[in-house]
Design a binder for this molecule. Structure first.
Ligand code: ADE
Length: 258
């Protein structure tokens, strides 16, 4: 996977993703990161890329031209690297904005299938609408709050997508069975010691009985999701037994029987 980021702060992207698991994935050649500075495409002698909004109002707007030129440079660069390939498709261009669809694990999985992804990061009051209409394929937000710029959201998405790429996590199984897989939260985890300040590890985990442990973990996932994120349960795939377990939980809560 090749990530490309159009930004006014390329060093923020490189530093943010250059360490830990994503940094290691880059060293191993499993992902690449190419941060392009929009300012390098300014036609202004002071390298300015923003101007006052037409119609007035607070703040500044990033101009269409430097964004369009930076995008053109990047699109060309990506195409050059693909020339030999028969199935070249134009890469998706994700504009990170609080006005977009809210990012989730399902989207991360979809994006992880692409060869190249371009992220466009805004600042100030946004980017001239005309260039967005020309280049953007996806408008994505990371939540209903407003940040100072698009770099952190782009890094959040790149991190979530990267860990789904085979080989990025040491243990491929752990990206399969984890929080939000099947719309269930992950079950609680424990490690040594067996007793910590009087609190014991649940007995079933010490038995070595794999089937019972699996059942217990699924039930804990259902319980946790019911308590913390009941909205997810609507789309969760549950077995007959798990549905019964959930019905019991709801009954207990409604009638205060424990
Ligand atoms: N830019 C500023 N706030 C944002 C958010 N919540 N999501 C994506 N991009 C943003």
């Amino acid at each position: 996977m090749n990530f490309h980021v159009l930004t006014l702060f390329p060093e923020m992207i490189q530093q943010g993703l250059g360490t830990s698991i994503t940094g290691r994935a880059m060293d191993k050649g499993l992902i690449s990161l190419n941060a392009v500075n929009i300012r390098d495409f300014s036609a202004d002698k002071h390298n300015r890329v923003d101007d006052y909004p037409y119609g007035g109002g607070a703040g500044m707007v990033i101009q269409a031209e430097p964004v369009f030129k930076a995008f053109g440079y990047l699109a060309n660069h990506i195409k050059m690297t693909k020339e030999a390939s028969v199935s070249y498709e134009k890469p998706r261009v994700i504009y990170v904005t609080p006005q977009g669809s809210i990012f989730n694990q399902g989207m991360a999985k979809e994006f992880a299938k692409e060869d190249d992804l371009i992220f466009l990061c805004g600042h100030y009051e946004g980017i001239d609408e005309r260039v967005l209409e020309m280049v953007v394929t996806d408008y994505i937000s990371i939540g209903d709050y407003v940040l100072t710029g698009g770099e952190l959201p782009a890094m959040v998405m790149i991190d979530a997508i990267s860990r789904l790429i085979p080989g990025v996590l040491n243990n491929d199984v752990s990206s399969e069975f984890e929080s939000l897989q099947d719309n269930l939260l992950e079950y609680p985890q424990y490690t040594r010691p067996e007793v910590f300040m009087g609190k014991k590890v649940p007995e079933v985990l010490l038995t070595g009985h794999h089937a019972n442990i699996e059942t217990w973990r699924r039930e804990q996932s259902v319980l946790r999701t019911y308590e913390r994120r009941p909205d997810l349960l609507e789309n969760a795939e549950l077995t007959e037994n798990e549905r019964e377990y959930l019905t019991r939980l709801i009954f207990q809560k409604n009638y205060n029987v424990y």
